[in-house]
Design a protein around this ligand. Structure first.
Ligand SMILES: [Zn+2]
Length: 710
């Protein structure tokens, strides 16, 4: 395939009903930002598009809960998103919103086109309806138990616990999120996209990259987990999917279509079209034509998303684009997996998250420190984890000790030895190589090492391997540090000044290269470096391409005689108390939220079933460890009228000596059974918390034992 003429890059539209956390950032935003900044630095024609997703049931539900209008909700979060993205350096060309008229018009045009072409299948089905709220319950209006993982709070469209995509009728014991009531089934008519009809070409396109007889992408350039998810959907057989909903908030189905009244577009139909309407707005704002970016085959369309959106971007949206005709399909959908936090899944509802808008406030000026850690831990191919300790370590060990230290040494020494003027050198002079202390190298050979380093960053970004690209970037800095260490200018400045000039001139070249190459990852650092070097600010218009061309010709980037500015530390050490405070904050928010996963209540039993149980108050009067049984204790329980021997699986939680005198409740009529040769005559009631810890269920203190619990 030829080099694309232009790129259209998108990041998933964040849903406007809650703030952004680091998992979002690591999923769909940093990756896209690295990619587009790199393309711009290579002088490519690229447009980076995004916006807020402002429709769908969750927004009206949230508005109802907070007692405000949906409009107030979306305005609040759209403003917050825009501000947060800007402050963390996500460099959108257009950040738009789906509540804008241009978006409503664009998605209605799509709907009309598909309707007119006869692509939709009209179907009347029974759907859940809440009689008290007088409303159909699609998507997030309905919750119930997930049929795949038994999570009791699965939504009508998706289970957030296992990631399965669901239909409301898949849910076990469904209930309305509006009233909590059990819904009834009622008929309604909707327009369905017959995905089953498109299955053959979708499969060919995903698996071979060929569409309409033309090779459009290289499937082995797609990530394995993306291909895997697509294949599992295709193998499962695609079903027609409703593209409309009975809702009050969203894009109206075009009113001239019979039966359109009260119907809105399915949010997953309108949201991806948001990429197109956002591009239209960008074009209008900049006097450009949006069409080539979406319709010209020389354009590479790339969607950056999280893994929960794969099916929508790899199957459903492509199906919509192709059914509409004239549109290109994505050449790649480099979806990331999920990022966990301190050993647990990030959870918005449980407030187990690091919120990006809070970070940029509390750590103002340290945006790149977070970006660095996120990119280093980016969940490119598997889930990854953020920890505050890890954040501290990457900052202190890598940014401060490696990158910051190298740059500072070059700037300080150049100022000290030459008044900040890049020294003129004799290119015949050989110095110690930055690759190995016992080898020598010429100035040109060292420029070549720098060139190769930059190429390595470049190659990895093109492959969407951003972690590897960041490692390659840091290797350039490591080699810079080695150049200084192996040549020791601080020792040799007096005795071998000509060698030192070569070393320091190279040092400046490396710092200048880093000021450009670090930009996709660390844009704020890039700006600071340009000022320190007294070089023009970067416009992201081919600067990396320009230095690669120079280095390829063995030419220096910064000319001899250039006056640089003063050095300063780019990064500061993060102390323990800063990290401890963040961990404490996380724990406190979590405790306040009592982030507990509750087990589902078991099937209903009748009173008669319950009354068969004989529960008695009792007291443990003796306890000992069982031989060869790590978990078991042998207890003697006084029931007042008799003593019982009970074997209990609590040895991991209690020492025998600590529980003598403990008052308990015993299931006194449980059939005896032998455990490790000892007959257990009853069972002690224990409560188990979310961490799996056990605690005794006990009667009021100092009660006489043996009485019934009912
Ligand atoms: Zn599930």
């Amino acid at each position: 395939m030829n080099e694309p003429k232009r790129y259209l890059v998108t990041s998933a539209l964040p849903y406007a009903n809650g703030p952004l956390h680091i998992g979002h950032l690591a999923g769909a935003y940093l990756s896209a930002d690295i990619f587009v900044r790199y393309l711009r630095l290579m002088g490519k024609d690229v447009v980076y598009i995004g916006g807020s997703d402002e429709h769908g049931a969750a927004i009206t539900i949230r508005a109802k809960k907070e007692g405000i209008t949906p409009r107030e909700i979306i305005d609040k979060y759209h403003t917050l998103f825009e501000d947060t993205f800007r402050r963390i350096g996500i460099s959108y060309d257009k950040y738009h919103r789906t509540s804008e008229p241009i978006h409503h018009e664009t998605s209605q045009e799509f709907f009309r086109k598909l309707y007119d072409k006869g692509e939709f299948v009209e179907q009347t089905t029974e759907q859940y309806f809440d009689e008290s709220a007088k409303q159909f319950l699609a998507d997030r209006y309905i919750i119930g138990t997930c049929p795949k993982c038994n999570h009791t709070e699965a939504y009508g469209d998706q289970c957030e616990n296992c990631g399965s995509t669901l239909s409301p009728t898949d849910l076990i014991e469904p209930r309305s999120t509006l009233s909590g009531n059990k819904p009834v089934l009622k008929t309604t008519t909707h327009w369905y996209l017959p995905l089953d009809k498109y299955e053959a070409w979708l499969r060919e396109w995903v698996e071979t990259g060929v569409v309409d007889g033309e090779k459009q992408h290289e499937p082995n350039a797609w990530k394995n987990h993306v291909l895997g998810q697509c294949k599992s959907w295709l193998d499962g057989g695609l079903q027609p999917r409703a593209m409309t909903r009975d809702l009050s908030w969203g894009v109206d189905v075009p009113q001239e279509i019979p039966g359109a009244e009260g119907k809105k577009l399915y949010v997953w139909m309108d949201a991806p079209i948001g990429y197109i309407s956002s591009t239209k707005q960008w074009a209008a704002d900049n006097g450009k034509d949006w069409k080539p970016y979406w319709q010209d085959k020389d354009t590479a369309l790339v969607h950056f998303i999280g893994k929960d959106n794969i099916v929508f971007h790899c199957l459903i949206f492509p199906a919509i684009l192709k059914a509409a005709g004239d549109y290109i399909l994505p050449v790649n959908v480099p979806a990331n997996q999920f990022m966990n936090l301190e050993g647990r899944k990030i959870s918005t509802s449980k407030n187990w998250a690091v919120w990006v808008h809070e970070y940029v406030q509390e750590f103002e000026g340290r945006e790149d420190e977070l970006r660095y850690n996120m990119i280093k831990n980016m969940p490119e191919n598997r889930d990854s984890e953020f920890t505050w300790k890890g954040y501290q370590e990457t900052n202190n060990n890598e940014l401060v000790n490696n990158l910051g230290n190298f740059i500072n040494r070059v700037l300080v020494l150049t100022n000290k030895y030459y008044g900040g003027v890049v020294p003129a050198i004799d290119q015949r002079q050989r110095i110690n190589s930055s690759l190995a202390p016992e080898e020598s190298a010429s100035y040109k050979e060292e420029l070549r090492v720098l060139y190769e380093g930059l190429r390595n960053v470049s190659v990895n970004i093109k492959k969407y391997e951003f972690r590897a690209a960041l490692t390659a970037l840091m290797e350039i800095s490591s080699k810079g540090n080695q150049l200084l260490q192996f040549n020791e200018p601080w020792k040799r400045q007096k005795t071998e000044p000509e060698d030192v000039k070569v070393v320091m001139n190279l040092g400046v070249q490396i710092v200048a290269a880093l000021s450009v190459a670090c930009r996709p990852f660390l844009p704020f650092t890039s700006d600071k470096l340009r000022t320190m070097l007294n070089l023009p600010a970067i416009e992201e218009q081919g600067e990396l391409q320009a230095i690669l061309e120079k280095l390829e010709q063995n030419e220096a980037i910064v000319p001899e005689g250039h006056q640089i500015g003063k050095g300063a530390y780019l990064f500061e050490r993060i102390k323990d108390d800063v990290i401890d405070a963040q961990i404490a904050k996380l724990e406190a928010a979590n405790a306040a939220n009592a982030g507990v996963e509750y087990e589902a209540v078991k099937d209903t039993i009748q009173f008669d079933d319950f009354s068969k149980l004989d529960l008695r108050t009792g007291k443990i009067i003796a306890a000992e460890k069982m031989k060869k049984a790590k978990k078991l204790l042998k207890l003697t329980v006084d029931l007042g009228f008799e003593e019982r021997t009970v074997v209990s699986g609590i040895a991991e939680f209690f020492k025998p000596e600590d529980i003598i005198g403990q008052e308990i409740v015993l299931v006194a009529n449980l059939a005896p059974r032998k455990l490790r040769g000892v007959e257990s005559q009853g069972m002690i009631l224990m409560a188990e918390n979310e961490k799996g810890e056990l605690g005794f269920v006990s009667p009021p203190k100092d009660w006489v034992t043996g009485f019934t619990v009912r």
